[in-house]
Design a protein around this ligand. Structure first.
Ligand code: C5P
Length: 316
């Protein structure tokens, strides 16, 4: 049976700004999304049963229809019924390395990998933008995960505008294994706490979204200047997550006192990343954080920014 093995990178948010609430329950956002080397490995294999099956080596990831990787395969089967009938079912195997429920798009990047893998398996020849459109039906971050790299994301996060890639900027990433933040909760809390002030501005949404292009974080990215980027990090959701989760605030403070270039929570958290001067500094910071917080529940990774989205590792 034919199969493809894909590398599916996580993402961090260099910028997350909430512009307004939408009638569909989502929020109008301006984000800068950045792929990082920390990746899951997904294999997508043809099977002779006319069914979709998901396996994952992580105990907290469901292997049923609620898994976004299953939903991605099901979407492909619905959109391309003739190919599904011709090529048979799909067995999906996920080797999880990206922390789950962490604000790192772990599920979204798995879904993106399944779209890319099935496109190959069924010889559909879809373009990147067709894959991104399918991805938008699965989750706001899925379109970005297809192509990865560095991009401005607007709308609910699915409208992408590519930026020049950032490579080899080293990151330390920290996440408590047992701590998970619900993304809907984070946005809902923001809406409840800060709704009035930002809803008033809803008329100037497109102007405010466009302003990012000439803003300081994009200038820093165009200059490929890690120090400048690190100083301009921003995440509105920290305003609701940090007061509720003191461990996240402690991670931010521990990174800051370890002398990193800059630190921020990613997405709706609870993972926190720190931008470092070099790989050597990143390794030292990791050790320093481990000494300060000797809690086995805390996972720490040294990783780096990458220009890659979903990549084919091998095919059989
Ligand atoms: O799109 P996705 O399913 O990944 O979003 C998860 C949840 O995050 C949504 O159900 C919604 O509560 C919140 N969200 C939002 N506005 C966005 C993106 C996500 O409110 N732009």
């Amino acid at each position: 049976m034919r199969s493809y093995t894909l590398i599916a990178p996580a993402k961090i948010n260099l910028h997350l700004e909430i512009l307004g609430a939408r009638a569909d329950g989502y929020h109008e956002l301006v984000m800068i999304l950045q792929s990082i080397d920390l990746s899951d490995e997904i294999s997508v294999q043809a099977s002779d049963r006319q069914a979709i099956r998901v396996r994952c080596d992580h105990p907290e990831v469901p292997a049923d229809k609620s898994n976004i990787a299953y939903k991605a395969a099901n979407l492909m089967a619905t959109e391309f019924p003739a190919a599904f009938a011709k090529y048979g079912g799909v067995d999906i195997t996920i080797n999880k390395r990206i922390p789950v429920a962490a604000g790192l798009a772990g599920g979204s990047t798995n879904a993106a990998a399944v779209l890319v893998g099935i496109d190959l398996l069924w010889n559909l020849g879809l373009t990147q933008s067709e894959l991104e459109e399918l991805g938008a039906q699965l989750g706001s971050d899925v379109p970005f995960c297809v192509g990865g790299g560095t991009a401005i994301a607007t709308g609910r996060g699915e409208q992408l505008s590519a930026l020049p890639s950032l490579n080899n900027i080293y990151i330390v990433l920290a996440k408590y294994r047992s701590l998970a933040v619900s993304t809907p909760w984070a946005y809902k809390s923001y809406r409840e706490q800060f709704g009035d002030s930002y809803l008033n501005d809803i008329h100037s949404l497109s102007e405010r979204a466009a302003a990012i292009h000439s803003g300081p974080i994009v200038k820093a990215i165009l200059n490929k200047d890690a120090t400048e980027i690190a100083q301009k990090l921003h995440n509105d959701l920290e305003r609701v997550v940090l007061p509720e989760y003191p461990q996240v605030l402690q991670l931010r403070e521990t990174f800051a006192s370890a002398g990193v270039l800059g630190t921020m929570m990613s997405g709706s958290g609870p993972s926190v990343f720190a931008i470092c001067e070099s790989q050597q500094q990143a390794e030292q910071v990791k050790l320093r954080v481990r000494e300060t917080i000797p809690d086995e529940d805390l996972e720490l990774f040294v990783t780096r920014m990458t220009s890659h989205g979903i990549q084919i590792a091998s095919s059989v």
